[in-house]
Design a protein around this ligand. Structure first.
Ligand code: BGC
Length: 344
C-alpha cells in the first residue's frame, strides 16, 4: 500500500499493487477504481491493457468517463431517475439527459472507500447513507479485488437497513493491444448470449428480450468488433456503436461465461465469467478525447471497451427483469472474474 495522493478535503487516498506471476494490477481506494492491469502478449512483452490515469488528480475531475470505476449504487441507467418501491416513488438526480446514469451525479466512483489488505488482494467498503442520491436505505457495499495467477476476481457484497435497489459493477475500459496502441475495432469478441435488451432513443431498455440472431449484436461466435459497428442498424445508430446489455445464457447466481475478447495482433485474450444475468458491452463510443491517460494518450472514440457485468439497465422499472431489490436481512453477493491469457 502507498498513499497515492489526497482529495480536495485532504483525505489520503491509498493505492495497492497486486501481483501474481506475470500479471500486475493496481487498484485505488478512490472510487475503488481499477487503475491498471499489466499483462504479457504472446512473446511475453508486457503492456497495460486497462485504460487509466497516471495521477489521482485526473480521477478527481468530474464528470469523468468512469475509467476503471466501481459504479453504484445503481450502475447503468434508470429512466427519468425515477422508480417506485413498496408504493413509494424515489427520484435520483438526472445526469444523462432525462435519465440517471451510474447512480446519479455523485456515485460510488467519487468516494474514498475504506480499505484493507486481504489474502491475495484488497477489500474496499463504502457505507452509502439513507437518501444518498435519493436511494432509500443505508447500504453497505463491499468490493474485494483478488488476483490469482492470470485471474482478477471481483467479489461484491451488500446489505441494507431498508428495502432498496442496487446494481454494482466495474467500469474498466480494456484494450488488449495495450493502452497506448490504437483502438479496439480490430479485436474480436464473443458474447455468450442469445438475446439482448434493445433500447429507446435515450438508451433505456424497451423491455423486450430480443434475439441477437440476424443482427449485428450476434456475437455467439467470435466476431471483429469493427466489422458491423457502422451497419445501418437503428440500435447501433442510437448508441453510436455497441452500448447494450446482453442477456447472458447460463444459470443466474452461478458462474457462467460472459465474454471473450481476443487480439489477433498481440495474441492477448480476456475471458469474463460472472454470476450476473447481464453484461453491458460498451465500445467506448462517447470517449471524445477530452481526457488524457497514461503515456499522454488521448482517450478518443473506441480507445477501450467495457464489459460491465450487471443486472439489466432500468430493472426497477421492469418487473419482468431479474430483480435488483435488496431487503434488510438479505445479503447481495456477486462475482466476476477477468482472466488474461494468450493464444499462439
Ligand atoms: C454506458 C454508456 C456511458 C458510459 C459512461 C456506460 O456504462 O453504457 O452509455 O456513456 O457508461 O462512461
Amino acid at each position: 500500500m502507498a498513499i497515492w495522493g489526497h482529495t480536495a478535503d485532504g483525505t489520503a487516498v491509498p493505492i495497492y499493487t497486486l501481483s501474481d506471476g506475470e500479471i500486475e494490477v493496481r487498484v485505488t481506494a478512490f472510487g475503488a477504481h481499477l487503475v491498471s492491469v499489466k499483462a504479457p502478449d504472446r512473446a511475453g512483452k508486457m503492456a497495460d491493457v486497462a485504460l487509466g490515469y497516471d495521477k489521482l488528480d485526473t480521477y478527481l475531475i468530474k464528470p469523468n468517463p468512469y475509467i476503471g470505476a466501481i459504479v453504484g449504487r445503481y450502475g447503468n441507467r434508470i429512466a427519468h431517475g425515477k422508480f417506485t418501491l413498496d408504493g413509494k416513488t424515489y427520484q435520483i438526480p438526472l445526469n444523462d439527459g432525462q435519465n440517471a446514469l451510474h447512480g446519479g451525479p455523485k456515485g460510488f466512483d467519487q468516494y474514498v472507500w475504506q480499505s484493507r489488505e486481504v489474502p491475495g488482494g484488497v477489500e474496499f467498503t463504502l457505507v452509502s447513507p439513507d437518501g444518498d442520491m435519493g436511494f432509500p436505505g443505508t447500504l453497505t457495499a463491499i468490493v474485494r479485488y483478488t488476483l490469482q495467477g492470470k485471474t482478477l476476481r471481483i467479489d461484491y457484497t451488500a446489505t441494507t437497513d431498508k428495502p432498496t435497489v442496487l446494481n454494482l459493477t466495474n467500469h474498466a475500459y480494456f484494450n488488449l493491444h495495450g493502452d497506448d496502441q490504437g483502438d479496439i475495432l480490430d479485436q474480436k469478441i464473443e458474447i455468450n448470449a442469445d438475446r439482448y435488451t434493445p433500447v429507446d432513443a435515450t438508451l433505456i431498455p424497451t423491455g423486450e428480450l430480443a434475439p441477437v440472431a440476424a443482427t449485428p449484436m450476434d456475437f455467439r461466435k467470435p466476431e471483429t468488433i469493427g466489422a458491423r459497428i457502422n451497419d445501418a442498424n437503428e440500435q447501433l445508430k442510437r448508441a453510436g456503436g455497441y452500448d447494450f446489455n446482453w442477456v447472458l445464457n447460463g444459470e443466474r447466481g452461478t458462474m457462467h461465461q460472459a465474454a471473450i475478447v481476443s487480439d489477433p495482433v498481440s495474441g492477448r485474450t480476456l475471458t469474463v465469467e460472472t454470476t450476473e444475468p447481464g453484461i453491458q458491452f460498451y465500445s467506448g463510443n462517447f470517449l471524445d478525447g477530452s481526457f488524457t491517460g497514461r503515456h499522454g494518450v488521448k482517450y478518443t472514440k473506441h480507445k477501450g471497451l467495457c464489459l460491465e457485468t450487471q443486472h439489466y439497465p432500468d430493472s426497477p422499472n421492469h418487473p419482468k427483469f431479474p430483480s435488483t431489490e435488496l431487503k434488510p436481512g438479505q445479503t447481495m453477493h456477486s462475482t466476476t472474474t477477468f482472466t488474461f491469457g494468450v493464444t499462439k
